[in-house]
Design a binder for this molecule. Sequence first.
Ligand code: ZN
Length: 287
Amino acid sequence: MADEIKVCSVPVLSDSGQASDEFSLVGVSAFFWENGRTLQVRFLDGVPEVQSKVEQIAHQWSQFANIKFAFGSDPHAEIRISFQREGSWSKLGRSALEVTDPNEPTMNFGWLRSDTPDDEYSRVVLHEFGHALGFAHEHKHPEAGIKWNRTAVIDYYRQTQGWDEEKTVRNVLHAESKDATQFSKFDRDSIMLYAIPSQLTTDGFSVGWNTELSETDKQFVSEIYPFDSDRSSHLAATGVIYAVKPDGTLEWYRHKGWQDGSNDWAVDVKVIGSGWNSYTQIFSGGI
Ligand SMILES: [Zn+2]
């Protein structure tokens, strides 16, 4: 068991094509859903026993996050789950909407079977639904401070996963830029962390497989998706977006399709002043 690893190779930040994504802890703001949403979930295949286990575990996140998962047969379900593709992975948060073919999965569980141990169900289902909520891998935390033995890591993932160096760098070794991030403390108990065998670090640091939500996972997700959400719901409900252009002008947009992501905008873009590019962060609020 010690040498058998099954890791998730979700395309995360580096695959988004946006070097300037902000994220907190290792959550990706741009990919978070509007707070308070009920996301529809549909199984594309799989046996009822396995589906039922996945559903039960996924709901754990909703105890701490103001997001509900409604499992059913909605053809337009935002999250579509298959058990037939290779590996286990999920689209990151709202990027699931980029998969427009309703027969294509946004999440896959490649190795869950009826007789898979319960703790493996817990580990992999909580982890992939964490991605679906917009969370990236914790070992890519800007301050993880993991002293990787680079050669050993590359050899290890080549042997166990068949990954080339580039894929291992992208999925494991590459820490996200501090400049582009907001984050709290590295959490070695996070469900979003891979196990780290001691032979992969130069100082003997290791982490086993985490199979439950950590206290930090619970606290963080409740801050991103708060139940007491005046602030977030007003912001989301208005659909108002401010954009700073490279020349420093501030533009106002209203997204009338904010609930379903449809391409429906208030017609007039309004320009509100100039010189806004001298600020590194701009937040908006109000009703
Ligand atoms: Zn993952």
